[in-house]
Design a protein around this ligand. Structure first.
Ligand code: FEO
Ligand code: CA
Ligand code: CA
Length: 742
């Protein structure tokens, strides 16, 4: 189902997270660059001095440590894994990867082992692992399994997201052969697909042998795209959230397309709704009122559509009596409280889940804004300071956001825990969007209805602050945020406080005109690269931007930035303007997505890829990194050849690149099986086991070949030429029992 242009993000059937609907015209580069260049030198020395002088803590030894991070003794403790295109998962010598939790595996004792031939019932899937495992976090339990314990490495809860499905592997050969037309779906097939989305909470225990799922645990739970959810925060009760299901706009059913994640210092999980937009059946936006049309076009698309999987279209109509299917149809009917015109407004949020309270109803935290939420990773919680979350909106030309709580963190709240404490920090705060300036500085701009640019924005007439949060992409457009090359995961370095954001790729970057739903985007300092080796593809390899908050305060509204790493093929024909970070055979990668800092080993960063540009040479991978700090490199001029948005002329863009990579600070740790992406990682508190998700192996298999397992792109983790592939969680440990990675 993947179109060729969007090949680099194959997991979404419509390439939905690769769609640009940002037509705001914000930025672009040239004017900013000229203005800044004229009054500010870009020389490395002065720039580094200017930034480092603002940070008095955590920097000793960083800027000259050769990329080794603040802890000088930290070193990668494994040999690089070779790239490959085989249907196997490879890890370094001295390490073992064990499959723990596969699509369809029972989460409790009520269902049988997974048949994995499409015959398992729809209802049974509410008690099985979902599909497309993604973001994940470990929550410790005590030895008896009766209470939270953040120090125990042998028993804990894994919370993980199930982002999407590989549809053909969920149904029988006959069902797939009959076609899976979005115009008319067997209701039970829809139910199964709905149940394969959402979140798993599973207890895992290690008692002498490898980790296993404790199917008898009272904590085990599945949330699906049908589970009851509360709507919380400033937009709760908004007219724009009222539906026939919840006429008060306070609840909805389902969490959807849960991609990356986050967590709170209160022992709760946050799961982030990314590509929800494509699931809804919709009319052409031209049939709607002006505001509704603008919002649908900006968030979902202007054309009519049955939705990615046709969930609104059960054969024979919706006879559920509870609108189980018609809730996916946002076509306006009689009134907002008698139809589901606002159902899509109840998706696109950060959702807080309490893993220790299996009966609790998750809360959608509207204060953090509504967009294509990739993830929401926190800065370190500091007593007496706000809680701060960094978030990417993953679509072409979308933005980077941060949330700052109004209440300061009180460590006593960690003991209380739960969603009620969450109300204090996640329902009351300020939402900001990032603008990256060409001189290496930037600004966080608050998205508040009191901002005249927002209140008077010509592109959308905001009713109130709830509307600003529900349609915050418009608010970000209004204040001149910088459109980025698809912001994915964020991570905060525990020592330096630097914020890292993966920008996975952007097929629009540097292009004129529209492509498949896209809007042209010129090059700018923060998105400086276009490369045409395989055709006109924009920024195909992606990069990782790095932010340092001014004055070392995560609540700051000014920052400094550089590009920590540029993805590239080590033997690219584009030379150093493409392989800017000097990647080698040990560490070259393309399309960074997952990014996560170990908490056990501060300074150790994991990097995961979701790529389609380098897949002729290698399957997707995970690397270990020891990043330095913002400003550890300098200004570089990137020579882009034949840039369409520049009339086909070459264009040189000056940016700020981090220190070049080397095998001692960036090294490939894992390569996955065919057709997968690597996404989601967590660790036990002792760092001696990491959990990694292998998403959608074999997803490029054609529906026409469903009857011939030997022809599948992948059979992992099952038997070659026999089994259907399954998204899976693997546990990776060192054979000598040591800490992973170092
Ligand atoms: Fe679900 Fe943006 O990756
Ligand atoms: Ca992702
Ligand atoms: Ca991705």
């Amino acid at each position: 189902m993947t179109d060729t242009l969007n090949k680099h993000h194959p997991h979404s059937p419509n390439g939905a997270d690769d769609v640009s609907r940002n037509t705001s015209g914000n930025l672009d580069f040239d004017a900013i660059l000229r203005a800044r260049m004229s009054r500010r030198t870009l020389l490395k020395g002065s720039f580094a001095a200017a930034t480092s002088s603002l940070f008095g803590i955590g920097l000793a030894g960083c800027n000259d440590s050769g990329g080794g991070g603040g802890a000088a003794v930290l070193a990668l403790g494994f040999l690089a894994v070779a790239k490959h295109t085989d249907d196997v998962l490879t890890v370094p010598d001295g390490y073992t990867a064990t499959v723990l939790y596969r699509l369809g595996d029972p989460v409790d004792g009520s269902v049988a082992d997974y048949a994995n031939d499409g015959s398992d019932s729809a209802d049974s899937h509410a008690h099985r692992a979902g599909d497309h495992h993604d973001g994940m976090h470990w929550f410790g339990l005590n030895t008896a399994g009766t209470a939270p314990d953040s120090t125990n490495s042998r028993r804990g809860l894994l919370c993980m997201n199930h982002e999407n499905i590989t549809q053909i592997f969920l149904h029988t050969v006959a069902e797939v052969g009959a076609g899976l037309s979005t115009a008319s779906r067997v209701a039970a097939q829809i139910d199964k697909e709905v149940n394969c989305h959402g979140v798993s909470v599973i207890e895992v225990v290690r008692d002498g042998g490898p980790f296993q799922v404790n199917k008898g645990s009272a904590y085990n739970r599945r949330l699906t795209a049908a589970s009851l959810m509360d709507i919380s925060g400033p937009a709760r009760g908004s007219d724009l959230l009222k539906t026939k299901f919840s006429t008060g706009g306070t609840q909805t059913r389902g969490t959807l397309n849960n991609c990356a994640n986050g967590y709170t210092p209160r022992g709760t999980y946050v799961t982030c709704e990314e590509n929800w937009a494509g699931y809804f059946k919709r009319p052409a936006s031209s049939t709607l009122g002006a505001k509704e049309a603008a919002a649908q076009t900006r968030y979902i698309g202007s054309g009519s559509n049955n939705g990615s999987y046709g969930w609104a279209n059960p054969t024979g109509g919706d006879t559920s009596g509870t609108d189980l299917y018609s809730r996916w149809d946002i076509t306006p009917g009689a009134s907002a409280d008698a139809d589901y015109r606002n159902a899509a407004n109840t998706m696109g949020w950060v959702v807080e889940v309490d893993p220790y309270s299996p009966a609790s109803v998750p809360r959608k935290r509207t204060a953090l804004g509504r967009f294509g939420h990739e993830g929401a990773m926190p800065a370190q919680a500091v007593s007496g300071k706000p809680l701060v979350y960094y978030m990417g909106d993953d679509a072409r030309g979308e933005y980077i956001y941060k949330y700052v709580s109004n209440q300061n963190w009180d460590p006593a709240d960690a003991a209380t825990g739960g969603l009620v404490i969450g109300d204090k920090y996640l329902d009351d705060g300020r939402l900001y969007v990032a603008r990256f300036d060409a001189d290496g500085t930037g600004a966080w701009i608050e998205l508040d209805i009191g901002n005249a640019s927002i209140a008077a924005y010509a592109g959308y007439d905001f009713a109130d602050q709830a509307d600003v949060l529900i349609n915050c992409r418009f608010a970000a457009d209004a204040v001149g945020a910088t459109p980025m090359d698809r912001p994915e995961w964020t991570g905060v370095h525990p020592d330096t406080g630097d914020i890292y954001v993966t920008l996975t790729n952007n097929s629009d970057r540097g292009k004129t005109g529209t492509t498949t739903g896209g809007q042209s985007r010129g090059l700018d300092a923060a998105n400086p690269r276009y490369y045409d080796e395989d055709g006109s593809k924009g920024n195909v390899n992606g990069h990782i931007i790095r932010i340092r908050e001014a004055s070392g305060d995560h609540a700051a509204t000014a920052f400094y930035w550089d590009v920590y790493l540029f993805g590239a093929e080590e033997d690219t024909t584009g030379g150093s303007s493409v392989n800017v970070s000097a990647l080698t055979d040990d560490n070259d990668f393309s399309s960074p997505d997952g990014l996560w800092f170990s908490q056990k080993t501060p300074g150790l960063m994991w990097l995961q890829t979701d790529d389609g540009a380098y897949t002729d040479v290698t399957n997707c991978m995970m690397l270990a990194a020891l990043p330095g700090s913002q400003g550890d490199g300098g200004a570089v001029a990137i020579a882009n050849l034949a840039v369409p948005s520049n009339g086909g002329a070459d264009q040189t863009v000056t940016t700020f690149a981090g220190k070049a990579a080397a095998s001692d600070n960036l090294r490939r740790f894992l390569v996955g099986p065919k057709g997968c992406e690597i996404t989601g990682i967590t660790e036990t508190p002792d760092g001696k086991a990491i959990f990694v998700n292998i998403q959608h192996p074999g997803e490029n298999t054609s529906a026409a070949n469903i009857g011939d397992p030997a022809s599948y792109e992948s059979n992992w983790p099952g038997t070659a030429d026999v089994d259907r592939p399954r998204s899976s969680t693997v546990v990776i440990t060192r054979d000598d029992g040591g800490v992973v990675g170092v």
